[in-house]
Design a protein around this ligand. Structure first.
Ligand SMILES: *Cc1c(COP(=O)(O)O)cnc(C)c1O
Ligand SMILES: [Zn+2]
Length: 402
């Protein structure tokens, strides 16, 4: 039978989708397994099928899939040159998921579990991307879906969630309180709230690590840059590489570099002060809304794992984020959201802090699309339209083409 465990205090628990937290330290629980001899089935088209042996699923219901995962790993040649980086830099393009963020990998596993367990109602608490993802997969599975949005969710994110027909509820009030109450209410009325650190979500995030491993020619990257909000994604990615190590596929784990925006960086602040737990941020203020969780449920766990496995947290400013977002677009053709852009901003900062280190390679996890929030682009105001009357078009193009 499946068990869950706490990576922080090593307690083992019975699975309970309505309360997936450690009763001692409040850390999110993970699916616990001692199973060995896991295998890849790369001939399969879907990423859930390819890596099923690593997932807590006895079968994959293909009717619930939307084509998640299998995202490209793209070498950033032009940025390497611009940054004078003497090592390859790659982007793992998670924007290529069905609802344009990595959240789809997690939701895909959650939905498999929900349907297999005859759960009829699901929900999530989200600043945006997880909302759209849950609403889309909920629609595909024909489940009643409840989305609790933060009051300040962007116009694009609200609409791109609402279009799937879920119950959309915009909640005024403290995010931490909302997160906690969703579980209490969910348990009472039977709604499976698969929030940011849900154990099955983390199982889905492992698949990104497996894909990167194969895309690099069966190697782990030496450095992995990941934007961090609740911490679920980073923990899931680490679990993936830990399993590759346990199975003997790799010897070294990547160095994980977690990024946060300075305007909401509880984990960076704890890291810099050598604390073992985070202090919630009172008044988060950043344009990187996808990573603005003021009280990350996996904060304590992320700190412990980064100490344990030689990672690091780095904070970047909104200005650095905006510049990185523009650079990824204009040099590499990748229009990502500000949260994703922290990876490039963070890589630049990391190199300034460690000028002597020359990694074998660095991978930036581009977690979500820029299209869901156009306000930072508008704010930068750098996009100019050149008005031309038709008779003058040739002249204008000639002068521009010179
Ligand atoms: C959710 C999200 C993150 C943060 O992931 P966590 O698991 O909450 O740490 C980062 N970037 C984007 C685009 C997201 O949607
Ligand atoms: Zn614990």
């Amino acid at each position: 039978m499946e068990k869950w465990s706490c990576l922080n205090c090593e307690m083992i628990y019975e699975p309970d989708i309505y309360f997936p937290f450690c009763r001692q330290c409040n850390s999110p629980l993970i699916v616990w397994s001692k199973k060995k001899g896991r295998r890849f089935d790369l001939s399969r088209p879907s990423c859930l099928e390819k890596f099923k042996s690593f997932l807590p699923l006895s079968r994959i219901n293909k009717n619930l899939l939307l084509g998640e995962g299998n995202t490209p790993l793209i070498r950033l040649f032009r940025l390497e040159k611009k940054l004078e980086a003497p090592f390859p830099i790659y982007a793992k393009n998670e924007m290529a998921n069905p609802t344009h963020s990595f959240k789809d990998r997690g939701t895909a596993v959650v939905i498999q579990k929900a349907v297999a367990g005859q759960i009829k109602k699901i929900g999530t608490v989200s600043t945006g991307n997880m909302a759209a993802s849950t609403a889309a997969y909920g629609a595909k599975a024909g489940l009643k879906t409840f989305i609790l949005l933060k009051e300040d969710a962007s116009f694009e994110k609200t609409l791109s969630t609402g279009v799937y027909g879920a119950h959309l509820i915009s909640v005024k009030g403290d995010y931490g309180g909302l997160f906690k109450q969703s579980y209490e209410i969910g348990k009472k009325i039977g709604i499976y709230f698969a929030n940011s650190c849900d154990p099955y979500r983390l199982e889905g995030y492992k698949l990104t690590s497996f894909e990167i491993y194969f895309q690099l020619g069966q190697k782990a990257p030496e450095y992995l840059f990941v934007p961090v909000s609740s911490g679920g994604h980073l923990v899931g990615l680490l679990l993936g590489f830990l399993e590759l190590k346990r199975e003997g596929y790799i010897r070294q784990l990547p160095h994980f570099i977690g990024l946060q925006a300075r305007g909401c960086s509880p984990i960076v602040e704890a890291w810099e002060k050598n604390l073992t737990d985070i202090i919630p941020v009172k008044n988060p203020q950043t344009l990187a809304h996808a990573i603005s969780n003021p009280s990350p449920p996996a904060g304590r766990l992320v700190l412990k794992l980064l100490y344990q496995y030689g990672g690091q947290m780095i904070g970047v400013t909104d200005e650095e984020i905006m510049r990185a977002q523009a650079e990824l677009a204009s040099f590499e053709g990748l229009f990502c959201d500000p949260a994703s852009a922290t990876t490039l901003a963070g890589l630049k900062k990391w190199r300034r802090l460690n000028p002597e280190v020359k990694p074998r390679e660095a991978v930036l996890v581009i977690t979500g699309s820029g299209l869901k929030d156009l306000s930072p682009v508008k704010e930068r105001g750098k996009i100019s339209l050149i008005p031309v009357r038709l008779p003058c078009l040739e002249e204008a193009l000639v002068s521009l083409a010179l």
